[in-house]
Structures are given as C-alpha cells and as structure tokens.
Design a protein around this ligand. Structure first.
Ligand code: SAM
Length: 427
C-alpha cells in the first residue's frame, strides 16, 4: 500500500506532466483508501495543484543542480513537501520525515539527503523566499496576459479569489418545500447556513459537510450547486407546459434545476454519453425525468425532430476560468489555443440552436468563463449576425461592465465567475 504522500506526488505528476484531470485521477485513488484518509489526500492534491506555479518557482530556487527530466516524480515529492510546510497545519518534523520516506518508497534512496536538505532549507529561509515569490497567486503566463488585458483593475483580486476555496452552496428543491423551511430544519440539526443573495433557492453552508448528512439529500431535497450556476434556471424562468432544451446538460446540475422549477417537457443533450449517465443518476435522486440524448447539439439534423423549443439553455463548453478555485487543475490543463477552438464550438452551438427556437422564444447563453472572447464578444458577434435576435436586460448587476450580457467574477465566500446573456427571438 502506497503512502498518502506518494499517491499525492504521483497524481500531481499525472496532472502536470501527463495532462490528466483531477476529476479523473482523484476518485480512483480515493476508492483505494480508508475514508479517514480522504481529507488529507484531497488537501495535498488540491493544494499542490492550486499553488503549483509557486511551488515550482520555490523548487527552482532551492535545488541548485536541476533534477533530471526522468526525476519528475522527485520534483513532485518536493512540491508536496514544501506545500505542507508552507500551507498546512501539519507538524513540521512529520511533514519532513514522511516526505523523505516517500523518496525511499519511490526507490530513490540516493535522493533522501537532497529532499531532506531542500525541505530544511525551505524551513529556514521561507520568510525571505515567500516575501519575494512572484507567482504565489498567479495563473499560467497566457492566462495572466488575457486576464490583465480584460480586467486590469480586477486582475489581482481575480487571482487571489481564484486561490480561495469556494464555499459549499446548495440548491433547495422547490418541489420539496421552501428555502426557509429547509434552513430551519438544517439549523435544528446543527448546520450553520444562510440564504444566498441572488439565487432564490440558494443556501450557503458556513462549513462544508458530507452531502449524505444534509437533511433530505438522498430524497432530492437539496443539490450541491454554486449560486452562479443556479442563476441559469432562474433567468431562463421556464413555466409549466413549455418545451425546453438543455443543450449541454451533463452532469445535469441545471437540468435538475429546470425540472424542479416547473412541469416542462425537457430535452437534455450532451455530446458525451458517459457524462450523460451522470445526468440520469442525478435525475433519479431528484425523481424527475427528461428526454436524454447523446448528440452533438450543433449537428441539429442528428437529433432534432423539427418541433421548435420555447426556451433553450446553452451552458456552453468553455475555459472554466471562472471556476478555477473549484478546479485548480484548469490552470495546468488549459492552453491558450483552447480559447480559439472553444470559441468556434460556442459560435456553432449558438448559430445552429437558434434555428430550433420558436419565434418569440428565448435562449440563455451561459459560461463559467471570465474571458470576454467566450462571453460578451461571442454575443456581440451573434447579435450583429442575427437581425431576429435581441438582448434582454437581466435583473442582475455585473461585477465588471460589458457591452453585452452580465459578467460575474469569482467572489471569496460567494459565487463563481459566470457569464449570462438572454436572447429573445423576434416573432
Ligand atoms: C459547462 S458543461 C455543462 C454543465 C451542465 N449544464 C450542468 O449544469 O451540470 C458543458 C457540457 O457541454 C458538453 N458539450 C460540449 N460540446 C458539446 C456539443 N457540441 N453538444 C452537446 N454537448 C456538448 C460537454 O460534454 C459538457 O458536459
């Protein structure tokens, strides 16, 4: 059985060098461990991914002879070690000894002195080193450039807030009862929680809790969903009897919310059949149903029966730059070239799906991105090319001014970064 620190270093290696995502790597590793070991592995992995650029810079300063390319696991062992000394409340002797032990576990006995010496040097010199650190909050170079250009005044705050853990926010299922009733029940059971400011059904917990401990979770009374994501169904505002399309549905957070909001005829599409299984699982817990279809929403002839929709949600695939605090591996996995490629997919989805909307109908375009290319610029270009499309004013204030739509930035203790634009189709 491998030690937790070894497993963490190995996962970090897979994310940084092999382009694997945490959502792929972590569940498999957790499944092999006792539940009481989960929190420490999650802390080590999320933390070292979140601070990877800073850890990398510290390692480069601390290790005089750079490690050879084939010793990348050792590099990750050092990253895990420094992260513990820097950010975690772990006894320092244990952090050092146990991290040195990983060197032996990895058959790198020759490097025990190097790892021990490096961590002890960090322990002695960290005050000055951390004061000089340039990249503690930073994003990869390409994203720094884009964010500084888009939001020069907010840039530092965005970086700082993207490094904070996001709060645990829930959506109360209005088919089960009111938000106030759920809050009262939660309070009685010892959970501290408050109503969200913008979502009518949102509740933020003062501290994260295991979902199964939450009142009514198994029966579908609440779902975990950030407040910004909850705004999608609220803004689309579906009513009983409407024919609705959720074009990019998986894993089904907004599908469930749409179905909780009114008795609608919902078609939920996703191009990824495996992810669509997660929509089915989520709807089963909520005891709600929709027509689930695995298809490319942009290839309309492959899935559409020709009956137009009253309302469409396009929760488009995007860079995820508004949710880096929840998925820090985005900083390591996304590339600059992805933005252009995603832009083409977004444009195609908007253009093709517009043809499936009824005259007089509405389409909500949303992303969890904070890059204008994927958001306001995308919508401005769409409006310029479609005379029958008009932008509807939303009852929301953006965190930054934009020519079209509403842009939210990630807020410490509050919502994720998100973008919304509601389009109306002329009759
Ligand atoms: C932002 S996620 C959707 C999240 C989802 N709406 C929710 O609330 O849980 C974007 C989804 O779009 C899907 N997707 C990407 N390209 C697509 C396409 N051409 N047609 C349909 N779905 C697509 C991805 O598989 C991914 O599940």
């Amino acid at each position: 059985m491998k030690s937790i620190r070894y497993i963490a270093a190995d996962i970090l290696l897979n994310v940084v060098d092999n382009g694997r995502s945490l959502s792929h790597e972590l569940p498999a590793a957790l499944a092999e461990l006792d539940p009481e070991q989960h929190a420490f592995l999650q802390q080590l992995v999320y933390g070292s991914v979140r601070y990877y650029f800073a850890l990398d810079e510290l390692i480069n300063q601390l290790v005089e002879d750079p490690l050879r390319d084939k010793e990348r696991l050792l590099h990750m062992v050092l990253a895990i070690g420094i992260y513990q000394l820097w950010q975690l409340q772990v006894a320092e002797y244990a952090a050092i000894n146990e991290t040195v032990a990983v060197t032996v576990e990895a058959d790198r006995q020759w490097a025990t002195g190097l790892v021990n010496g490096t961590l002890r040097r960090f322990q002695r010199e960290r005050g000055a080193m951390l004061a000089d650190l340039r990249r503690a909050e930073a994003m990869p170079g390409w994203l720094n450039k884009r964010l500084r250009q888009a939001w020069p005044e907010q840039y530092h705050q965005i970086c700082a807030d993207s490094n904070q853990l996001g709060p645990m926010t829930l959506r109360v299922n209005q088919r089960h009862g009111t938000r106030d009733a759920w809050l009262a029940q939660a309070n009685e059971q010892g959970f501290e929680a408050h109503a969200c400011a913008h979502s009518e059904v949102g509740v933020t917990l003062a501290a994260p809790a295991p979902v199964l401990a939450l009142p009514g979770f198994s029966a579908g009374a609440v779902s975990v969903q950030d407040e910004a994501a909850q705004l999608c169904a609220q803004l689309l505002n579906v009513t009983d009897g409407e024919r609705v399309l959720d074009a990019c549905a998986a894993p089904g957070g907004k599908t469930g919310h749409l179905l909780e909001s009114a008795s609608i005829q919902l078609t939920a599409l996703d191009v990824d059949p495996k992810r669509l299984d997660r929509v089915a699982e989520n709807l089963e817990r909520l005891q709600l149903s929709a027509q689930l279809t695995a298809a490319d929403a942009g290839d309309v002839s492959s899935w559409w029966d020709g009956e137009p929709f009253d309302a469409i949600l396009v929760d488009a695939p995007c860079s995820g730059t508004g949710v880096i605090r929840r998925h820090p591996d985005i900083k390591l996995l996304r590339k600059n070239t992805d933005i252009k490629a995603l832009g083409l997919v977004q444009k195609n989805l908007l253009t093709q799906l517009w043809g499936t909307l009824k005259p007089g109908g509405r389409l909500l375009y949303a992303t969890c991105s904070i890059l204008p290319d994927e958001n306001s610029q995308q919508i401005s270009a769409f409006l310029a090319a479609h005379a029958d499309a008009a932008l509807v004013e939303l009852p929301l204030t953006g965190d930054v001014p934009t020519p079209t739509g509403v842009q939210w930035l990630p807020q410490a203790g509050g919502h994720d970064g998100f973008f919304y634009a509601l389009l109306h189709k002329a009759r």
